[in-house]
Design a protein around this ligand. Structure first.
Ligand code: NDP
Length: 455
């Protein structure tokens, strides 16, 4: 199928593009959704940029540079042979080596990884750092597996992946189901196979090339983004009630920063349900959650038993009244009905810690209600930004201090906010952060691709 060419003066530019994309990538619904979310802003913008249009830049960006898919075979504790499927989507290296996390979750498939890699390209561009976009993972479920099983899986996964990555080629990191334990096993196996100690993966432990603030960066960044959005209205985080979903890395550190800034986070969730603690989650309770999730690997329901609050099985937290909402679990966890509920209950701002957690219909409602809405590619970019700083520290064989890295993270989030504001401010002064993030992220990548010529 020929590459799609946008033409000037086409009023139906977005539906026509989506028709072409959907035919070309049948059944990849998450990927269609992610491209639509960017295309809705970038395609109309192209009308004033014939140079990008003639070079078919946006169409080219919907085709990853390459996708590697491979068999991962490992043995469980009972000696039974297990088979999983691994992937790496190397989406675009126009402005730097491919960079993006690895997800281990039973739902992982090509569509989900293509959406994540596509998003990652624009997000990485927005950070201002020289990072391309990629994403990888496997349909492996770490839940209920012993440490040794996870180790054997990670080693088998890296045994194939190692030939496709490198510190100047492709630098993976963590994501859902991949935390410091999994990163350590994978980095150890890479080092053994390549016989090289290089910064080939980020999110490493501090003892072997990790960076201060990396573990906190995504959650902190998501709250910093909200802080900057509120400041445009002369408002602050202090005293606000916040609803947070998830209870993994991003959710935990979003709650941590919210507590530090004087907000009251009242919910956490996992894939089984959510807890509602009207007293607020404080530092002591958060430490307990960290132990529950990162060490004992238990369920969030135990929080309700421990601290005597409500647990809502099989539900998501968006019906709880709040000022601010932070979806930090997974894609498509907030639909139009839930968005309407948030708005009705007085929510004034949403900052997306997870990737694409809000459905397009929910985003439409946030924007119609003119509440503050920071899309994931801006709001959760702090994680990859500090990963970029980890790469720099590995290259210069130095480690910066926690204060220095937090200062750099804070500045990067402020710069991202400013880029979104510059391209997203509308005639009535409302800032469409999604539009701003899409256009600012696209521009830098497009300029590089144009300069390289047709390839
Ligand atoms: P974790 O694995 O640490 O935590 C994921 C959390 O989300 C868990 O509480 C998990 O619950 C919940 N969750 C996962 N899948 C579902 C589901 N289908 N329905 C409901 N809840 C679910 O992952 P992270 O915190 O690292 O990642 C969370 C989100 O943030 C993802 O969208 C990720 O892509 C994004 N992100 C992460 C970055 C990072 O630095 N870690 C960087 C940028 C974005 P359960 O335990 O029951 O599965």
């Amino acid at each position: 199928m020929a590459i799609w060419h946008t033409k000037k003066d086409q009023p139906d530019i977005v539906p026509r593009f989506m028709h072409w994309l959907e035919q070309r990538n049948p059944g990849e619904t998450e990927f269609h959704q992610a491209v639509y979310e960017v295309g809705i802003n970038v395609l109309p913008y192209l009308r004033n940029h014939p140079e990008y249009m003639e070079a078919a830049i946006f169409g080219r960006l919907t085709e990853p540079d390459r996708i590697v898919s491979f068999r991962v075979v490992w043995e469980d504790d009972n000696g039974k042979v297990q088979i999983n499927r691994g992937y790496r989507v190397q989406h675009c290296n126009a402005i730097g080596p491919y960079k993006g996390g690895i997800r281990f979750h039973p739902s992982v498939n090509q569509s989900i990884l293509k959406f994540l890699a596509f998003e990652q390209t624009f997000k990485n561009s927005l950070t201002g750092l020289p990072l391309g976009g990629g994403k990888g993972g496997a349909d492996f479920d770490p839940k209920g597996k012993s440490d040794r099983e996870v180790m054997r899986f990670c080693q088998a996964f890296m045994t194939e992946l190692y030939r496709h990555i490198g510190m100047h080629t492709d630098v993976p990191a963590g994501d859902i189901g991949v935390g410091p334990r999994e990163i350590s096993y994978m980095f150890g196996q890479y080092k053994r196979l390549a016989n090289q100690f290089t910064g080939v993966i980020t999110g490493k432990r501090l003892a072997f090339g990790g960076s201060e603030i990396r573990v906190e960066a995504t959650g902190y960044g998501t709250v910093y983004m909200m802080e900057d959005m509120l400041a445009t209205h002369g408002d602050t985080i202090e005293g606000k009630t916040a609803v947070v979903s998830g209870s993994g890395n991003v959710a935990q550190y979003a709650v941590d920063k919210l507590i530090e800034l004087g907000a009251k986070p009242v919910t956490l969730s996992d894939s089984s349900g959510f807890i509602y603690d009207p007293q607020g989650i404080d530092c002591h309770k958060l430490r307990w959650v960290r132990e529950l999730k990162d060490v004992r690997r238990g369920r969030i329901q135990e929080y309700a038993d421990e601290f005597g609050c409500e647990y809502h099985a099989g539900q998501r937290p968006w019906k709880v009244p709040c000022d601010l909402a932070f979806p930090c679990a997974t894609q498509n966890e907030l639909n139009a009905e839930e968005a309407a509920m948030l708005i009705k209950n007085g929510c004034i701002g949403v900052s997306e810690g997870a990737n694409m957690p809000s459905r397009q219909s929910a985003i439409d409602l946030f924007q119609q209600a003119k509440i503050l809405f920071a899309p994931s590619k801006a709001a959760n970019a702090g994680g990859v930004a500090v990963s970029g700083l980890e790469m720099t520290q590995n290259s210069i064989r130095m480690s910066w201090t926690r204060d220095e890295l937090n200062r750099q993270l804070r500045q990067i989030m402020t710069d991202i906010h400013a880029r979104c504001e510059r391209h997203g401010r509308e005639s009535d002064d409302y800032v469409n952060y999604l539009k701003g993030a899409n256009i600012a992220g696209f521009e830098k990548v497009a300029e590089a691709m144009l300069a390289y010529g047709v390839m």
